[in-house]
Structure formats: C-alpha cells, structure tokens
Design a binder for this molecule. Structure first.
Ligand code: NAP
Ligand code: HSE
Length: 427
C-alpha cells in the first residue's frame, strides 16, 4: 500500500530521513507493510551541495506546490522556524493532510491552534521529534501515561548545550569552539543562539509541561536562562565541590499551579543526570502511580531525529490507510501558572570579598535577613581579597535573588561574580 510523502526541508533531519526512506524502503515494507514514497522535497536552494543529494525529479524550491500536490497524502515539516513553516502546516491540515513535524518552536508557539485544526479536520499532527531527538517521549506522555497525574518533569532537553558543557568541562574546550563543533555535527539550530540562550529548551519544556500536566503552557510562561554566563572558573570550582553544570528543564505541578523553567544548574556528580554526556538528553517523568520513569538517549542529530520522524510517519500512514477518524490525543484545561519566585531553589554563589574579620558573618547575616540559610562555604585567599563560594539551602527563589541583590550593596563584597542554581541530590 503506497503513501505519498512530501517533505518540507532537506537539511540535517530532512536529508537523513530521505536517505533512510530511499535506502531502507524494502526493510520498511517488510516490517510495516507500508510503501512510503517520497514524492517531493522542498528546499530553499536548488543548487546547494548536500550530504545526501535529493533526486532532481523530486526537489523543488516551491514549498506551497508540495502542499497542493494531490499525489502527496502526508506532509513532513522539517524546515524549522515559525514562518513559512506555520502557514504551510496550517494549509496542509486545512487540506485534510496529516502533518509530522520536528519543529518545537512552532509547536510551542502555535501547538494549541494547530492541534485544534487537526482535530477539526480529523487528521493527525504528530511531533515526536520535537522533543528529545530520537527518544520516544511525546507518545509515552500523550498515550501510555495519558491517565497518570504527572507531577514532575525534569531533564536535559537540549543536545547542543549539553555537548558544549561536556566538552568545556571534560576537555577544557573554549565556548566558541564547542559551539562550532556542535554546529558541524548537526546538533545546533540554524541559529545556535536558540540553543545557548535556552530558547530551544524552553520550547521543549513548554511542550512537555503541556502534555504532562494537561494545561497549555505557553513558551512565554517558561522562565528561561541560557548557558552564556557559565564561566570556565565555575566549571572548575563545581568539579572540586562535586558538581557538574547542566542546562535543566523543570516542570512541576503542585496544588497551587504549574511552573516550568529552564536554567543551568549544578548537578551532583552522583545524580543520574550528571552522567548524561555529549548531545544526549534524559528526562525523568514522575507520577503518584507510576513512580519515576527515565527516558534517555540521543537528543539531537540527523539520524536519531529522523527515526522519531519516521515513527510518526508510519503512525499517520496507518491511520490514513485505515481511513480512521483520528481521536483527540490529549485535552488541555485552563490552569494556574506559578511565578518562578514562588518556587524553592538552592544556589551556588561566587563572591569576591575583602579577606577581613567579620566578612563571613556579614555575608551569612545578609542571606539570613531573607530567610536563606547557608549549607556550605569555601574560601580561597588572594592577598587582601578572597573568593568565597557558598551553597545555600532551599529557599524561595525570590528570597535568594533579594539576598544576592543585598550582597551587591555590601562594602566588603567587591563582586557577586557568579550565581548558578544547584539541583538537589535526589533525581
Ligand atoms: P536545517 O539543516 O537547517 O534544514 C532546514 C531545511 O529546510 C533545509 O533543507 C532548507 O533548505 C529548508 N528550508 C528552510 N527554509 C525554507 C524555505 N523558506 N523554503 C524552502 N525550504 C526551506 O535544519 P534541521 O537541523 O534539519 O532542522 C529541521 C527542523 O528539525 C527544525 O525545526 C529543528 O528544530 C528540528 N530538529 C532538529 C534536530 C537536529 O538535531 N538537527 C533535532 C530535532 C529537531 P536549504 O537546504 O536549501 O537551505
Ligand atoms: N538544537 C537542538 C538540540 C536539536 O541541540 O537539542 C534537537 O532538538
């Protein structure tokens, strides 16, 4: 049974998908009974040299023609970005064609609207590859765990930043060099700022939190910090203290609302997330009935991501051939979003201070004024000055910030040189 496929985008993921669909066609037929035939691939430049050349009879630079082509039953969007991808996806759904996409930016920004249109048209909008690259995480959340009341999502969801932090921590590589490597390996977004600023992880966190908690979490509601301000000196201090920095995605549901955030955090070396290296991702999902689940694997790169896209294509093709009226996969109810300031966090703070009697007491007293208690302190002397490293106990994020702001106004504090949140020992 033949299904005509149109692919918008023939880059890292689109190219890997096309290569697999062409080279492994017989194996796919043998395993699924489906003949997935790529009938058109839309790109921006027809003359570009590609790792996997696109056959001349199917390549086009007119993506809208692909949507209108009656021989195309199913549209795969692998262009990235909000537009024209958003308009093309909407047009495909409007035309009653199922859509598979890896575009987290688009799903996070317009997912509710696109899912609604897909439902109205009785077709699927599938986006397994939008989060976690090759790791199956969207389907487990929206199907296997659909009945569980999920309370927490915690993980590493950006391969590029994890690759950069791994190379900087383990191999002393500079930030810019590590970014270039991640780009060359096909992990980074077209503009890698989306990775290092935490924007890509925030989009994925919005999607995960929405599916996990059944409340649509807009990407603007996700608190976000990137890895740009992590300095090599803090990587060294962190290692000495028994931590490694990771860009964490955290979603929590509490009786008073849902919160979602992305920021770097020092993870204890014996925490399972500490061993997630390179472009790998890992996500813990927690619920009262199921306990704790861990999903882990390659989070970026053409091959792993194309595998997730192909799984969705097969799912959508099966529905097409069964002429199935696609049932809604998940419903979103209104819910309260909690402000990050209301969440308890733990901080690592690096201070440059005068090495004089009473300084430590003054610093500790300032934290104390805001109800923040100090867990541990290390000092390194440098003549009349000293570097002070503090790790606080859990306290309200708003209080941690207020305490650090107050430290800045102390005469004995030359500089608040770094603040990084610290993840608890338990997963
Ligand atoms: P990419 O290598 O930059 O490929 C994008 C493709 O889309 C290119 O073939 C490009 O054409 C084409 N394109 C872009 N704008 C176009 C336009 N206006 N008209 C026609 N074609 C256009 O990107 P990618 O890494 O494959 O990522 C694609 C999507 O997958 C993104 O949403 C990304 O976030 C997502 N994703 C990527 C990964 C990964 O590891 N790379 C993992 C998970 C999800 P040209 O080739 O002619 O430039
Ligand atoms: N740029 C993304 C990352 C690709 O590095 O995680 C996978 O979504």
């Amino acid at each position: 049974m033949k299904v005509g496929i149109g692919i918008l985008g023939g880059g890292t993921v689109g190219g890997a998908l096309l290569q697999y669909l062409i080279n492994e066609q017989a194996a796919i037929v043998a395993k699924t009974g489906l003949e997935l035939e790529v009938r058109r691939v839309a790109v921006r430049s027809l003359s570009k040299t590609r790792a996997f050349p696109i056959p001349v009879e199917i390549i086009t630079d007119r993506p809208e023609q692909l949507i209108d082509d009656p021989s195309i039953d199913l549209v795969v969007e692998l262009m990235g970005g909000l537009e024209p991808a958003g308009d093309l996806v909407m047009r495909a759904l409007q035309a009653g064609k199922p859509v598979v996409t890896a575009n987290k930016e688009l799903v996070a920004a317009r997912g509710a609207e696109l899912i609604q249109r897909a439902e109205e048209k009785g077709v699927s909008l599938l986006f397994e590859a939008a989060v976690g690259g090759g790791i199956p995480i969207i389907r487990p959340l929206s199907e296997s765990l659909a009945g569980e009341r999920i309370t927490r999502v915690l993980g590493i969801v950006n391969g590029t930043t994890n690759y950069i932090l791994t190379r900087m921590s383990e191999d002393d590589l500079g930030f810019d060099e590590a970014v270039e490597e991640a780009q060359a390996l096909g992990y980074a977004e077209a503009d890698p700022t989306a990775d290092v600023s935490g924007a890509d992880a925030a989009a994925k966190t919005a999607i995960l939190a929405s599916l996990a908690f059944g409340t649509w979490v807009s990407v603007d509601a996700v608190y976000r910090e990137g890895i740009e301000s992590i300095e090599p000196i803090d990587l060294r201090f962190a290692a000495t203290l028994g931590y490694i920095p990771k860009l964490l995605a955290i979603g929590v549901e509490t009786p008073t609302g849902v919160s979602a955030r992305v920021h770097p955090a020092l993870v204890p070396l014996d925490h399972p997330l500490a061993s997630v290296r390179g472009a790998n991702n890992a996500v813990f999902i927690e619920g009262p009935q199921v306990g704790q689940l861990l999903f882990m694997g390659p989070g970026a790169g053409g091959g792993p991501t194309a595998t997730a896209v192909l799984g969705d294509i097969i799912d959508a093709a099966r529905e097409l051939l069964a002429h199935a009226q696609v049932a809604p996969r998940i419903r979103f109810a209104p819910g309260r979003l909690r402000d990050f300031g209301e969440i308890e966090t733990k901080w690592y703070v690096r201070l440059e201070v005068a090495d004089a009697p009473g300084v430590l007491a003054l610093v500790a007293g300032t934290f104390g004024e805001f109800g923040v208690s100090i867990k541990s302190v290390w000092q390194e002397g440098r003549g009349e000055d000293a570097t002070l490293l503090l790790i606080t106990h859990d306290a309200l994020e708003a209080n941690q910030r207020a305490a650090v702001a107050a430290l800045r106004s102390l005469d004995v504090v030359t500089e608040v040189a770094a603040t990084i949140r610290v993840q608890s020992d338990e997963p």
